[in-house]
Design a protein around this ligand. Structure first.
Ligand SMILES: Cc1cc2nc3c(=O)[nH]c(=O)nc-3n(C[C@H](O)[C@H](O)[C@H](O)COP(=O)(O)O)c2cc1C
Length: 188
């Protein structure tokens, strides 16, 4: 029976939130558990962290482009989730949550999420007023109704020193949630 993430493949999606800096710690924790990590950055995510943050942890390869040149024989949005044990989007921006809830595949990460047949987890991160927005809450509820697991967000200090619920959960807590989902599903 599996009790750790050892030997699993985790696709880590990083979107455009200030909390993207915590995704580096998250990737490091996953690698420490001997998971293979495949990182996908959105265009906005790449404004906060770069491929260089993740390449040493992700086997040198970080994905940020749907239309690769030269074109690979299997499109990357199908290749990346192949054989993955989970897709984890952390941080998940309000924008990304909305696009996913609408079923859009308008960038690489959104298409990866739509193509994945493994568990999908999101760790939202945004200002508390965005998190409280009924449109965002509606989108999250819609994702939950489709089986997407939502980790957090936590309460606490936010960017700009505001306080409230919207802080991305701590990387350790996200890894614990991932472990529960993967270990739980394999022993069910
Ligand atoms: C400094 C800065 C911080 C931001 N932080 C967040 C955030 O924490 N959460 C969020 O949902 N959007 C945040 N945004 C807005 C997103 O970056 C924007 O909606 C972007 O389109 C998200 O794109 P993506 O979902 O494709 O990554 C921030 C924007 C800026 C300029």
């Amino acid at each position: 029976m599996r009790t750790t993430l050892q030997g699993t493949t985790i696709v880590l999606g990083v979107t455009g939130s200030i909390a993207a800096y915590k995704a580096g710690t998250l990737a490091r924790l996953l690698v420490k558990e001997e998971a293979r990590v495949r990182v996908v950055l959105t265009k906005a995510g790449a404004r906060f962290v770069t491929a260089h943050t993740f390449a040493p942890l992700a086997g040198g390869r970080v994905y940020d482009e749907m239309f690769e040149e030269p074109p690979p024989s299997r499109p990357v949005h199908l290749d990346i989730p192949d054989g993955a044990d989970a897709v984890l989007v952390a941080p998940a921006s309000a924008d990304f949550i909305g696009r996913l809830a609408a079923g859009l595949g308008d960038d690489l990460l959104a298409s990866v999420c739509l193509a994945a047949v493994c568990p999908l987890l999101i760790a939202p991160a945004m200002h508390h007023q965005m998190w409280a927005n009924r449109i965002v809450q509606h989108n999250v509820a819609r994702l939950v109704s489709f089986g997407v697991r939502v980790v957090g967000p936590a309460r606490g200090e936010l960017a700009g020193r505001d306080q409230g619920q919207g802080r991305m959960s701590e990387p350790e807590d996200i890894v614990a949630a991932l472990r529960t989902v993967i270990v739980g599903e394999q022993t069910a």
